[in-house]
Ligand binder design. Structure first.
Ligand code: EPS
Length: 392
């Protein structure tokens, strides 16, 4: 089973990733991980930080001569911001001392106030440095490795933005396939529908002009997922629950949907489920639609896995207007100003791919096991062959 730990603050020296439980023999290079991390920095509406962050990374452990050893993978991602100037050296220093500029005009919608109350801090920076979505860079590094493992099973995971502000891709629009991923990434808002993309860009421009922020919805699609990941037998083994937790853990995500979950809730049962047919040419059962998002009873059914994540508009505003309180004086205030993005929805899609990849890789390891990639693949192929024989 895969276990992921990340450490590091947004304006500290570095992020650190430890990924434990990978089989041996997985080919991985710094360049593979960097390519995936570069996708996360894309997207119209991001702030100045993205233009100079280079996500310079070092593989510290777990890989030798381009292959995993089965030992924990350790990655360091240096924060360019730390090394380009000494702006953060005192402010984020681990040495004893204190800040000259405590942040006390807490931002509504952020972890600031709740985190200060929970941990007994008087400076919101003690919270926001770790609550920041900078941490998702570390997740995406691990996700690149999980995706590589899954590729050995023929699983491919992509995402696209289906809503930004009030601009939404029509329900009947074509979905991208893995072959379309470059086209999605080339769209400044990572949207596959050109008309909706233009409307999204216009919304970002308008929000930027007002110093405001925007949220949106991304859809993650996993192709080629094996039958039988997750289980109906217990609440914490249901794969839809695990996917929901993983997506909900992404900073600023407030809603998760599997398949057409929310839309289907308003339909009658006779129109709310995916009919099943025997496909005699392929010798397999098939669903005629994707309303359930490839998950029934918490088990993958071999169809396209569809999960969506809704991100709230970022709580830091370039022109702060939300009413709050200064925790030092208890007087009414507007929140403090931090550099921020107008929207991070396009980047969130790449993070959402990562979270789905980590859950699927973990479950695939649980089901198929294997100390080496060869053993993992052999076991998965044997399981697929056994299912085909039973069904025939
Ligand atoms: C973030 C605010 C911005 C983003 C940052 C997340 O950073 P800064 O405050 O340094 O301008 O650019 O995202 C990243 C650095 C990243 O790599 O995604 C926040 O407050 O969450």
């Amino acid at each position: 089973m895969l276990r992921l730990l990340t450490a590091g603050e947004s304006h500290g020296q570095a992020l650190v990733v430890v990924l434990e439980g990978l089989p041996a023999g997985l080919e991985i290079t710094v360049e593979d991980i960097q390519a995936e991390m570069a996708r996360r920095r894309l997207g119209y509406g991001r702030g100045p930080r993205q233009r100079f962050e280079v996500d310079e990374l070092t593989l510290l452990g777990g890989v030798r001569h381009g292959r995993t050893l089965g030992s924990p993978l350790a990655i360091e991602i240096r924060n360019t911001e730390w090394f380009r100037s000494d702006r953060w050296h005192d402010e984020m220093s681990p040495a004893p001392g204190e800040t000259k500029e405590p942040l006390t005009q807490v931002r509504p919608g952020h972890a600031d106030l709740a985190g200060m109350q929970k941990y007994g801090f008087t400076d919101a920076r003690d919270v926001l440095e770790r609550a920041s979505a900078r941490e998702t860079a570390a997740r995406v590094a691990a996700g690149a490795v999980a995706k590589r493992l899954l590729s050995h099973l023929g699983v491919e995971i992509i995402s696209h933005v289906i809503q930004m502000g009030s601009a939404r891709v029509p329900a009947e629009a074509a979905r991208p396939t893995p072959a379309d991923l470059d086209a999605v990434d080339e769209s400044p808002v990572r949207c596959f529908d050109n008309v909706a993309a233009d409307a999204m860009i216009a919304e970002v421009k308008a929000a930027a002009k007002d110093g405001d922020s925007l949220g949106g919805v991304v859809e993650v699609l996993a192709f080629g997922v094996p039958i039988g990941l997750g289980s109906h037998v217990h609440w914490d083994r249901k794969l839809d629950g695990l996917v929901a937790q993983a997506l909900m853990s992404i900073q600023a995500v407030k809603g998760v949907e599997i398949g057409d979950g929310f839309e289907v809730a308003g339909r009658r049962g006779s129109a709310a489920h995916d009919p099943i047919r025997w496909n005699s040419d392929d010798g397999r059962y098939e669903r005629l639609s994707t309303l359930a998002g490839g998950l029934e009873g918490g088990i993958t059914n071999g169809e396209l896995l569809v999960a969506r994540a809704a991100m709230k508009p970022l709580a830091t505003l370039n022109v702060p207007t939300l009413e709050t309180v200064d925790t030092a004086t208890k007087e009414s205030a507007v929140s403090f100003k931090e550099r921020t993005d107008v929207t991070a929805v396009p980047a969130m899609g790449v993070v959402a791919e990562t979270m789905v990849a980590l859950v699927l890789a973990d479950e695939a390891q649980r089901k198929f096991g294997g100390d080496s990639v060869a053993e993992f693949v052999r076991n998965a192929e044997a399981a697929a062959a056994a299912t085909r024989d039973r069904d025939a």
